[in-house]
Design a protein around this ligand. Structure first.
Ligand code: AHR
Length: 530
């Protein structure tokens, strides 16, 4: 790491909001200007994802017979933890799984449901949990459902039948079938994904961009004829593997579907494979670069589109997370359970992903952490209980507080270059220049200002002047800090090393000064008036 521009003078003025510890020799600035608006933060960026994979459904949210579960099999301790995340939108049932899923296998009397060989993750799918169980759970979670249809082995007609089953009041066969299954009222699912990662050779029924666009257009047509109110999400590409050209895929798909779909789905997983902390905590900036690239492609296509009064196509980062270590599980056989255990540096990366979504609030309108429980997830269970992983805490804070309008914040902090580094599994590499030690986003709702700050510095706090341009801070500050003893600190059953600490501080006027502790995520909640 090459640290630039070290300043030796340490000037603190204004109100220093209490801190004791080692302070980095720099004075950073964050300028908040309420007139510099990026866009409305869509609450759907606080989404999550439930896939039939490992112990996400079975042994995660659903565990029939476990004393911790209710009579429907829903684990109540898990539900309570899930509710703490305020999950606004939940994607289901996959993922790679969906590309060999026949939704009809998962409805109707449980004893009649077939067990199937599930080829995405090489397991037996019992189908004891399906559409209606998910919708019951979605109600308890208070989340909006987002279904993905099978455009791999599935047909466009199966996709249409699913919309008929879930969304049509009564009359046609599948709407009546739902009623026969005990669901008199339609589920009214608005968000529908047209397949999953169809660009990837690993995907069952993998297609090239032209063939995918044709299939997606026809599936979308039938689905929309069934319920015109639904919103469609096309499968984009963010899979950079040797020989791939994800932006060419995105260009073709957006061009072909520019009048049809509402969102383009992108995915991103990062990992600290080389144990290179500073590169790893900067890696969400790559997501931001890709957001800008895709946004440009969308803008160009929108200039030629004929969408009437519909919104432009927005970006849905409908899978994002850290995924590179544990593939196995202590309680499952096989090596594809994806039971990552997260540490503090992972929590900082998640905070920066969320900052990136907020900084791009004008174009990113959906984001789903992958996944909700056990499988690369913020909540981790065994049959006796659960613990909250490190990444749970920033996600909960953002979802609970960071709403309203995203502000274009000016940040002046020391910077570093990462050099070339491995972005995660696979062969993707990145090389980031001028990475600020402070990663910042802000939202304003009424007179409530939220400032989200990741201090990427591993060892030092960074004192920072926070300046209100043409306004002033008017009272108490609530400060939430996600931190732990060191960057590798993890949580476990009965052991919490990383969580959120809250404090209230006083500060008034145009400027306050705060020392952001080393390797921390801090959310500051302030009142501001213009
Ligand atoms: O979230 C795990 C998997 O990652 C999903 O099934 C797939 O879409 C992606 O490759």
């Amino acid at each position: 790491m090459n640290i630039k521009k070290i300043t030796t003078a340490l000037a603190i003025s204004g109100t220093l909001l209490g801190f004791s510890g080692e302070v980095f020799a720099q004075n950073a600035r964050i300028k908040i200007d309420l007139d510099r608006k990026i866009g409305e933060v869509d609450k759907k960026i606080y989404g999550n994802f439930v896939e039939h994979l490992g112990r996400c459904v079975y042994g995660g949210i659903y565990d029939l017979g476990n004393p911790l579960s209710d009579e429907n099999g829903f684990r109540l301790d898990v539900l309570e933890a899930v509710q703490g995340l305020n999950v606004t939108l939940t994607r289901y049932p996959g993922g790679n799984f969906v590309s060999n899923y026949n939704w009809l296998d998962g409805v109707g009397p449980k004893e009649d449901r077939p067990a199937r060989l599930e080829l995405a993750w090489n397991r037996l799918e019992s189908n004891q949990f399906g559409t209606n169980e998910f919708m019951d759970y979605a109600k308890l979670m208070d989340t909006e459902p987002y279904f993905a249809v099978n455009l791999g082995t599935g047909t466009i007609q199966e996709a249409q039948h699913w919309v008929e089953y879930t969304n049509v009041e009564s009359g046609p066969y599948y709407a009546e079938l739902r009623k026969k299954h005990g669901y008199e009222k339609p589920h009214k699912i608005t968000y529908w994904g047209l397949g999953n990662e169809m660009d990837g050779p690993w995907q069952m029924g993998h297609l090239n961009a032209e063939d995918y666009a044709k299939k997606a257009r026809e599936a979308g047509k039938l689905m929309k004829l069934t319920d015109p109110s639904i919103k469609l999400v096309a499968a984009g590409s963010s899979n950079f593997y040797p020989g791939s050209n994800p932006m060419a895929w995105n260009k073709t798909v957006i061009d072909e579907l520019k009048n049809v779909v509402d969102y383009l789905a992108l995915h991103m997983y990062v990992g600290n494979v080389d144990d290179n902390y500073y590169a790893f905590v900067a890696s969400p900036l790559v997501l931001e670069e890709r957001t800008k690239l895709v946004s440009g492609i969308i803008d160009e296509a929108m200039s030629r589109a004929d969408r009437g009064d519909r919104d432009p196509i927005y970006i849905a980062w409908d899978e994002y997370n850290i995924w590179y270590r544990w593939r196995s599980s202590e309680t499952m056989s096989g090596d594809i359970a994806l039971e990552e255990r997260y540490n503090l540096e992972d929590a900082l990366v998640i905070s920066s992903f969320l900052n990136a979504f907020i900084r791009n609030a004008d174009v990113v309108k959906i984001a789903n952490m992958a996944q909700l429980v056990n499988v690369i997830a913020p909540i981790f269970t065994n049959e006796n209980g659960l613990f909250l992983q490190t990444i749970y805490h920033p996600l909960a804070l953002f979802a609970q507080h960071a709403h309203g309008t995203s502000l274009d914040v000016f940040v002046d902090s020391e910077k570093y270059d990462t050099g070339s580094f491995a972005l995660g599994l696979g062969e993707q590499r990145a090389d980031l220049k001028d990475v600020p030690f402070l990663d910042v986003s802000a939202t304003v709702l009424g007179d409530e200002l939220i400032i989200n700050v990741v201090n990427r510095h591993k060892d030092k706090a960074i004192t920072t002047d926070i300046l209100a341009i043409e306004g002033e801070f008017t009272g108490d500050f609530e400060v939430f800090e996600v931190n732990g003893p060191d960057i590798k600190a993890m949580n476990d059953f009965g052991k919490t090393n990383v969580d959120t600490k809250t404090k209230t501080l006083k500060g008034k006027g145009e400027k306050v000064t705060y020392a952001f502790p080393a390797h921390s995520f801090t959310m500051i909640k302030a009142k501001i008036k213009q």
